[in-house]
Design a protein around this ligand. Structure first.
Ligand code: COA
Length: 254
């Protein structure tokens, strides 16, 4: 279990909070494992009707921990599989997923939103997937989901060009439902999750399954991306990008 993931259940809503503000909620393997575990526990708990993802003020998530990426890049090892457990859990999630985003959403902090059923974002939120700048490729099935959701040109802008989007841009692209001010974001996200949790659960499950449809193509694409991603982590392009990021931190400390 990771202390940086807090899980609470209230009124049928399982809230999973990324709580590592000193690293802008960068996600480590232990955090992925804790989230996957919580989500799957929720599947068999009748008291959980919906899962809500939250971050901390100003940071939803800065994406995968780059120190973890660096470790895989330099050791040549395969790395932890926890991220895939987490991605599989959100792709195949049996309960509705809601997210409340306030502030930074980077990398998987963006792509995970494409698997949610309802997303709220504060107007100061910023969305960015710098995969190519890091020498990497899109993940979490986003290379399949994003073009379907927003069309090729927008998906290319986000996933390949790594453009930074505002909450309004993300709403227009279709993976944010509503934009609020930061002071009410969390209360409104909780209210939406409670609203979903209060509905008849069987009818909700059947309706959601129909709306989401068969997810096997998304799962297959996630695995295909993961193969390429794993290779790319060890590429020269990725290593130099990770080293540049780590050097920035050392310069700040020195
Ligand atoms: N992995 C590991 N550490 C991260 C991180 C990440 N993804 N994002 C931020 N951090 C750490 C920083 O190294 C810094 O640590 P330090 O205080 O020990 O030096 C701390 O979080 C605060 O980040 P900092 O860069 O000082 O804050 P900022 O407000 O200037 O910038 C970001 C915030 C998120 C824009 C910037 O940190 C960033 O670009 N992070 C990398 C995002 C990324 O590429 N993620 C991977 C996507 S696939």
């Amino acid at each position: 279990m990771s202390d940086a993931i807090e899980v609470t259940v209230e009124s049928g809503v399982q809230a999973i909070r990324l709580n590592r503000p000193e690293k802008k909620n960068a996600i480590t393997s232990a955090m992925y494992a804790a989230m996957a575990d919580a989500i799957k526990t929720g599947w068999s708990d009748d008291g959980v009707k919906a899962t809500l993802f939250l971050g901390t003020p100003g940071a939803f998530s800065s994406g995968n921990d780059i120190a973890d990426f660096m470790q895989v890049a330099m050791s040549g090892e395969r790395g932890s599989m926890a991220v895939f457990d987490f991605l599989e859990a959100i792709i195949m999630s049996k309960k509705p997923l809601v997210a409340g985003v306030d502030g930074l959403a980077i990398g998987v902090g963006v792509t995970m939103l494409m698997h949610c059923d309802h997303v709220l974002a504060s107007d100061r939120s910023r969305f960015k997937t710098p995969f190519v700048d890091l020498g990497l490729v899109p993940e979490a099935g986003s290379s399949l989901l994003a073009p379907k959701l927003m069309g090729h040109h927008k998906a290319f802008e986000l996933l390949a060009m790594g453009e930074e989007w505002t909450a309004a841009d993300a709403r227009e692209a279709g993976f944010v439902n509503r934009v609020t001010s930061e002071d009410v974001l969390e209360a409104e996200a909780v209210a939406v999750a409670w609203e979903i949790a209060a509905k008849p659960p069987e009818a909700m499950k059947l309706s959601r399954d129909l709306i989401r449809g068969d997810r096997s193509d998304i799962l297959a694409r996630m695995r295909e991306e993961a193969e390429i991603f794993g290779e790319r982590l060890k590429s020269g392009e990725a290593k130099s990008a990770f080293m540049a990021f780590m050097a920035k931190g050392q310069k700040k400390a020195g």
